[in-house]
Design a protein around this ligand. Structure first.
Ligand SMILES: NC(=O)c1ccc[n+]([C@@H]2O[C@H](COP(=O)([O-])OP(=O)(O)OC[C@H]3O[C@@H](n4cnc5c(N)ncnc54)[C@H](O)[C@@H]3O)[C@@H](O)[C@H]2O)c1
Length: 391
């Protein structure tokens, strides 16, 4: 694969339009396809505006912007992708629809073209099963907004040829991205490891230990997170966040660690989806935004410790199950969701024994399997070893 290789992008929505921009910025000719041609027109018009802003800011030269824009051409039917060396799909999150699409794509492209899905929650292996040559199928999971967030999770299915994974990761590096290779397991790295940031914060609220603005402020001021969980859920959309939570929980065969909450379900049912509907956990009536409370340092510390213990446990467990290396998990959380530090390096600051003790106290207090410590956390605590240093 070279910068001259043609990239096909299917789905011109939020993700597909961003991915097309990234590929074109790296110099590739890009063919952009959507079942709704107006979606492609809209994506190109919006790209035009983005590029114009970059030119005005002086970050991009006028001729470079024009060249980038000209490298993306609309495709009207799947057969228009005939010359593509790599096709990245970013359509509706539906297994049946994705499988049907890839059967058509496979018939249209050369036998050595790579096929990739941008799925967030489906099994890569299950989509690949629709292909006659599943060995050339993989997942390239970009983050929103794709032009800005560097992380790409590169995920092989059961039948994927690992040489294609190496080539795809190299290509992502050439696009200026940070690839991390991970196993085909629910939520990959980020959507799995980040679950407690939302789930445990909601638990703290549901128990009446603290109000939402207090929890948000604690995680911002004492935790160093850019946004608190409730304001972040409002930004992502409570419908989207709830779907991810429920999908991960179901895909883990109802492991209580990922159990969704009534609090979030009721938000969705009431239509309080967040910023996009003007109301979520907060009301967005005026531009001033949400008032920030003052939080007692001791309370902030307690909140951060509980949420962080759950996050660290999740990250350690992902290492334990071989989802990815400790270094890649830390990279994923800092490059994909802007965490202030990698969770495993963060854990090492106080040592695994401290976090084990926090989890054991929670498990003792609640008697729930939700708080069970990962075997890796326990081992690191007992041996006094680093979590970040684990392979
Ligand atoms: N939005 C995110 O934050 C995010 C992040 C990472 C991955 N993803 C994944 O990316 C994919 C797309 O998500 P999105 O948010 O961009 O969705 P979107 O709704 O913004 O865009 C999807 C586009 O696909 C088109 N489409 C639907 N079926 C099609 C078909 N059969 N052939 C061609 N085009 C078709 C639709 O017309 C629409 O324009 C999903 O698999 C999603 O899980 C989303």
């Amino acid at each position: 694969m070279t910068s001259k290789s043609t990239i096909g992008v299917i789905g011109a929505g939020t993700m597909g339009s961003g991915i097309a921009q990234v590929a074109a910025a790296a110099g590739h000719p890009v063919r952009l396809l959507d079942t709704r041609p107006e979606a492609v027109d809209k994506a190109l018009a919006s790209l035009e505006k983005t590029l114009q802003r970059l030119v005005e800011k002086g970050t991009l030269k006028d001729d470079a912007a024009r060249a980038l824009r000209d490298r993306i051409t609309p495709a009207r039917v799947v057969e228009d992708l005939a010359g593509c060396d790599l096709v990245i799909e970013a359509i509706i999150e539906d297994l049946g629809v994705k499988k049907a699409l890839f059967q058509k794509v496979e018939a249209a492209v050369p036998v050595d073209a790579l096929l990739a899905t941008n799925t967030s929650s489906l099994s890569v292996t299950a989509i690949a099963a629709a292909c006659a040559r599943p060995e050339r199928f993989l997942c390239l999971h970009f983050f929103n907004p794709a032009p800005l967030l560097p992380l790409v999770e590169v995920v092989p299915g059961l039948a994927t040829d690992m040489a294609h994974i190496t080539a795809a990761a190299d290509l992502m590096r050439a696009w200026g991205k940070t690839p991390v290779v991970c196993k085909d397991t629910p939520g990959f790295i980020v959507n799995r490891v980040a679950r407690p940031f939302y789930g445990e914060s909601i638990r703290i609220y549901e128990e009446g230990l603290a109000d939402m603005p207090v929890i948000d402020e604690a995680l911002r001021s004492a935790g160093g997170f850019r946004m608190g969980p409730f304001e972040l859920m409002d930004l992502i959309g409570n419908d989207i966040n709830f779907t991810v939570t429920r999908t991960v929980w179901e895909a883990f065969f109802y492991d209580p660690r990922y159990k969704p909450s009534f609090t979030q379900q009721r938000q969705v049912e009431s239509g309080r989806l967040g910023r996009k509907t003007g109301r979520g956990y907060y009301t967005y009536a005026d531009a001033a935004g949400v008032a920030k409370p003052t939080v007692e340092p001791a309370i902030a510390e307690q909140i951060v410790e509980r949420v962080l213990a759950m996050l660290i446990n999740e990250a350690a467990d992902a290492v334990f199950w071989g989802v990815a290396s400790a270094a890649d998990i830390d990279l994923a959380m800092t490059k994909g969701v802007n965490y202030p530090k990698g969770l495993l390096a963060w854990a090492d600051e106080r040592g695994a024994a401290h976090w084990l003790q926090v989890l054991e106290a929670l498990q003792h207090a609640y008697g729930e399997d939700r708080y069970r410590p990962s075997p890796l956390l326990r081992r690191a605590a007992e041996q006094g070893t680093s979590l970040y240093g684990r392979r």
